[in-house]
Design a protein around this ligand. Structure first.
Ligand SMILES: [Zn+2]
Length: 462
């Protein structure tokens, strides 16, 4: 069975593309995440339990003492300047023991009325509001009225229908603010809350993999030595979530004439990511196991949001990758398309990324090993954005880029080097030999190792 994925691309001058991908069977797995974390096949990650994420009912937890040891490992990694590793370990510690204080503090949580809250959650708690996965910020006493179909608007109770009419145009959409994101949507309050919660979880995952991109040693010392984590983002990432594809197309046509060929887009000049609601009813179940089946909409969401996280988390240059190395900008975003959400009794809520059958990896593997398609790295790194996007083999290059990113991100050592390479690209400092220098290997060597990596992966269902 084949289906057609259309996805967008960041910035207004880009050319969208269409990808035909082979449908893959999604495997629901309960990985032994502690062992899988450094596996070359996939990476398992937790998110810190907090109001944005789902309740964590994992049965296989470490003891408090083991969690404390993991928190101390996190601190050691922080001292060494290994941001992503430190954050991953701290998150693992609070997954196993939600009250592990040093790890909570390093991650920015504070205790309030018996709950660990993020800085923005704390700010809202002081105003008497709590996060609700369906209705965003509400007073706990108001929940029954929300559930019976009423909505509070400017201090007055109105019907959900009246509320929807007030927010019918995207310019007057619901605004759902969290620690790092501001979602504007004219679909529904529920859709905005669900998307914002999903983005906050993505942010946690992104930091555990790419934290070294934006956190420097001073940030780590503040977090892990002084217990001072950063507050919420004063200027949150702006995400606009349109009610329908037609409205998305109409709203963005003037910015991107080929918008109809996309299903999500990031504009780096305006610093906005845009998506539209897929059409099915908003998923409201907080323990909704169907999310194990990551949808193509999630893949697009992760792809475009990751462009936004890289572009806006540091003082990045605009128009990055114009003259070279652009493949890596798309490679890291396409790698995140393989991010999968899981919830099961044993491990609770967790994510995997880079599984052999996920995202574009099966296509990358098939093209190289069955069809012999490969753009040598020595050539690939010389391509700037327009060079790459005007090629006829664009779709194949995207899958190769996803495959290469999977290879470079698969082990902690290569991951650190690859994230440093991305830092150079986003600072517009990368040159044709930057990747080779970062990895300490020639491009011919890296081409050969990449092929071996793909050959070593288990065959995925086609
Ligand atoms: Zn992209």
């Amino acid at each position: 069975m084949e289906f057609c994925v259309r996805t967008g691309y960041h910035s207004s001058s880009s050319i969208p593309f269409m990808l035909r991908a082979t449908a893959i069977l999604l495997i629901v797995c309960g990985l032994a995440l502690r062992c899988a974390a450094d596996s070359v096949e996939s990476i398992g990650l937790f998110v810190a339990p907090d109001p944005y994420s789902q309740p964590n009912h994992a049965s296989s937890r470490l003891s408090k003492a083991q969690a404390l040891q993991t928190a101390s490992d996190a601190q050691r990694a922080g001292r060494k300047g290994e941001a992503a590793t430190a954050l991953r370990l701290a998150t693992e510690a609070v997954h196993h023991d939600p009250d592990c204080e040093p790890a909570r503090r390093a991650l920015g949580y504070e205790r309030h009325d018996g709950h660990w809250l993020t800085p923005y959650q704390l700010r809202m708690a002081k105003r008497g509001l709590v996060w609700h996965g369906q209705f965003a910020w509400i007073a706990p006493d108001d929940l029954p009225r929300y559930e019976s179909g009423e909505r509070k608007s400017r201090g007055r109770w109105i019907s959900a229908e009246s509320d929807a009419r007030r927010h019918a145009h995207i310019a007057k959409g619901w605004q759902v603010r969290t620690d790092h994101f501001q979602v504007t949507t004219n679909h529904s309050l529920e859709a905005g809350a669900e998307l914002a919660g999903k983005l906050e979880q993505l942010y946690q995952v992104w930091q555990q993999l790419c934290g070294d991109f934006s956190l420097d040693h001073g940030d780590l010392v503040a977090r892990f030595e002084k217990g001072r984590a950063p507050s919420y983002r004063s200027r949150p990432f702006q995400v606009i979530y349109h009610r329908t594809q037609a409205e998305y197309n109409a709203a963005l046509q003037s910015r991107q004439p080929r918008i109809a060929e996309t299903i999500g887009i990031y504009f780096d000049r305006q610093r906005e990511a845009h998506f539209f609601h897929p059409g099915e009813p908003a998923s409201v179940g907080r323990n909704d196991a169907t999310r194990n089946a990551t949808t193509r909409n999630d893949a697009t969401l992760y792809h475009e949001a990751v462009h936004q996280l890289f572009q806006e988390s540091v003082r990045a240059q605009r128009e990055i990758g114009q003259t070279n190395n652009f493949w890596a900008v798309e490679g890291i975003a396409t790698w995140f398309e393989s991010l999968r959400y899981h919830v099961d009794d044993r491990s609770g809520v967790h994510f995997t990324i880079g599984e052999p059958d996920a995202g574009r990896l099966p296509a990358a593997r098939r093209r190289l090993l069955d069809e012999g398609y490969h753009v040598p790295l020595a050539e690939l790194v010389t391509l700037g954005k327009n060079d790459l996007q005007t090629r006829e083999d664009l779709v194949a290059i995207y899958s190769q880029s996803a495959g290469l990113a999977t290879y470079f991100m698969a082990t902690p050592d290569r991951r650190g080097r690859f994230v440093e390479y991305l830092r150079q690209i986003y600072a517009n400092r990368a040159e044709a030999n930057s990747l080779s220098e970062q990895m300490g290997k020639s491009y011919a060597q890296l081409d050969a190792e990449y092929r071996e990596f793909l050959e070593s992966l288990p065959e995925s269902p086609r």
